[in-house]
Design a protein around this ligand. Sequence first.
Ligand SMILES: C[S@@+](CC[C@H](N)C(=O)[O-])C[C@H]1O[C@@H](n2cnc3c(N)ncnc32)[C@H](O)[C@@H]1O
Length: 271
Amino acid sequence: MTFNSLINSHYGKTDLTGKILWHLKEKGIDLNHLSWEDLTSFDQFHGGQLKTTLWLAEETGLGSGMHVLDIGAGIGGCARVWCGKFGCKVVGVELAEEFCNAAQKLNSLVGMDDKISFIHGDIVEIDLPDDAFEVAMFVNTLMNIQDEASVFKKIYRSLKPGGRLAITTRTATPTTYDGFLYPCPWASDESTNFLSSPESTHSDLANAGFSDLLWNVKPGEKSSDPMPVSSEPSPFELIMDIDVPAMIRNNIINTRAGRLGSLRAVVIKEM
Ligand SMILES: C[S@@+](CC[C@H](N)C(=O)[O-])C[C@H]1O[C@@H](n2cnc3c(N)ncnc32)[C@H](O)[C@@H]1O
């Protein structure tokens, strides 16, 4: 299988758009008066949910009219928040076709299709315009990127001088691949799991030309605290076809075994 088909089978859900519209109708939401706020209970496709999306906006200084590149944009949840709350124009790059279709339909229903555009493609392969964006975001996408070094160079070129790149990601630890459990949130097996250590990501960013503004690493740590239990169904159940409870359980076990760290970073293309 190609990388493209592996990503599409992990993330894609057949007729995702139809299922989301059905879900909204079941909740009694009038699709003729839909707002981006009606969608945030399920369209923020990362662990930190809306809180992290807003944190990214603050850390990168998002403001009205700014052009944002969202890499691995999912179903457009972050893009609609940055557009609706901060007045940005967003270009999303997304490899999963069902996600692109759902994003475009939701953007249109909330009246944002003139402010948000989606490119269906692989960030590794597509061309980006030079000096085009004030901000680029990698929200829990880097774990699927094998050749970080060349992607960071591409993003550096596409940012305007003074532009910022923000990253939230899970990271590799020295014991990541000792019994790593699948499915995990970003991969059904090892073929699309490309975790990097924070040191390797830092060196690839520096080689691309970026300077640090914020570098916050949480190293992998073993924990024997009781497993957290949630009675709430995960919002990811609506958008993924894979076994979501198993995926969440594996993610907790991998984290507690010290196989996963995390990184939050903001870097800048100096003037
Ligand atoms: C965990 S989801 C995060 C989605 C979104 N950033 C959010 O937070 O709502 C990761 C996304 O990255 C996309 N992706 C992974 N590798 C990609 C690549 N090489 N090019 C473009 N998109 C990619 C996946 O299809 C998936 O939608």
